[in-house]
Design a protein around this ligand. Structure first.
Ligand code: SF4
Ligand code: SF4
Length: 344
């Protein structure tokens, strides 16, 4: 939708207060050098709407790291104990993760009731990145550092406030309900937005040039060509099997179910799982098709750069760079991709 409005800085928290009547609102704040989603409670906390993606991936709102999925084996989902979420300041790299998460949890064969409950009722307010950190490489995956789809509203930082772009009818209804807070967006406002976008694009391009990160047009066949290469053993040597790379990734989605009981009741829990962990693929009887670490690293890259593009025409990486920061072994996806493309 090409509908744009202007929201002044001074009206931003008023808008969040209005939204919070209907939604549980989360917005990005800064702690040290990192950004985190924080629950919006009052009008004093400082939102970081621009800058780059928060530390935690967006998926954490939709399939929780640990959640209760059935009680007393009734098959009934425990009721939601919160208002629908409104997540403010969502970046394009996290929105792209929906292409994978939706494919897994909301498809013609399977509809996950917990995921859908959160996903369908929520409000997504995206925002443009206004800079790049060293690990950002979204452009290599064909993603601009500003949202182009999958948002209800999007905020672009301009001097004195934000340009608000409408993405859905739900977003437009919110603007209409709070019309006194929104002004008309002029050509000068849109130019300020475009100038900022150009600067951010240049910052991401600098990263791509600096680290010689290959772009997705070179990814076709990289796994097949390197399937039996030494790269997997060499790159996995320092891996400590912590699972941080998959937990922090906005596209990874594997989970594990287990049962728990106390004196009164039983509960079925779901927790995030990681294909990097040895027992992930172990089956009854002890057989394991991916016993070695290098096999698991290869599997992780195969899923992202071979399996999902073949299945759903999308690479399961958004260039967010979180796994580069999270990996204690310094296994760097940018370097692995470079080696895969160069057959090195
Ligand atoms: S693989 Fe790494 S860079 Fe790609 S989306 Fe996942 S965390 Fe981000
Ligand atoms: S974060 Fe690094 S060390 Fe941990 S499992 Fe992933 S690749 Fe291995």
């Amino acid at each position: 939708m090409d509908k744009f409005f202007v929201l002044k800085n001074g009206d931003f928290n008023t808008f969040l207060n209005k939204i919070s009547l209907e939604y549980e609102v989360f917005f990005p704040v800064k702690k040290g050098r990192q950004r985190f989603f924080k629950k919006f409670k009052d009008s004093t906390a400082q939102a970081i709407v621009g800058e780059v993606r928060p530390f935690e991936p967006l998926k954490a709102f939709f399939s929780r790291a640990r959640e209760w999925v059935a009680e007393n084996f009734s098959g009934d989902a425990p009721p939601a104990n919160h208002k629908p979420y409104a997540i403010v300041g969502v970046k394009a790299c996290d929105l792209k993760g929906f292409l994978i998460q939706d494919f897994v949890f909301k498809n013609k064969d399977y509809n996950d009731p917990f995921y859908i409950r959160n996903r369908d009722k929520n409000l997504i307010i995206g925002s443009d990145c206004t800079c790049a950190i060293d690990v950002c490489f979204c452009l290599a995956l064909g993603i601009q550092p500003y949202p182009e789809r999958d948002f209800d509203l999007n905020l672009s930082t301009i001097p004195g406030g934000y340009i608000v772009q409408v993405g859905t009818n739900k977003g437009e209804a919110l603007i209409n309900q709070n019309a006194s807070l929104f002004g008309e967006a002029t050509a000068a406002h849109l130019k300020a937005r475009d100038d900022q976008r150009t600067q951010t694009v240049l910052a991401v391009k600098d990263n791509i040039n600096k680290y010689q990160i290959p772009t997705q047009d070179k990814f076709k066949g990289i796994i097949e060509r390197n399937f039996n290469g030494k790269i997997w053993e060499e790159e996995s040597r320092t891996c400590v099997e912590c699972g941080a790379c998959t937990n922090i990734c906005p596209t990874c989605h594997c989970f594990f179910l287990y049962d728990q009981k106390d004196e009164k009741q039983m509960a079925r829990m779901r927790v995030w799982d990681s294909c990097m962990i040895k027992d992930y693929a172990r089956v009854a009887g002890g057989g394991n098709p991916r016993k070695k670490l290098w096999m698991r690293l290869r599997n992780r890259f195969e899923k992202k750069f071979d399996f999902f593009p073949k299945l759903n025409n999308v690479y399961a990486c958004t260039g967010c760079g979180r796994c580069v920061i999270a990996c204690p072994a310094k296994i760097d996806i940018r370097k692995v991709l470079r080696r895969l493309v160069n057959n090195a």
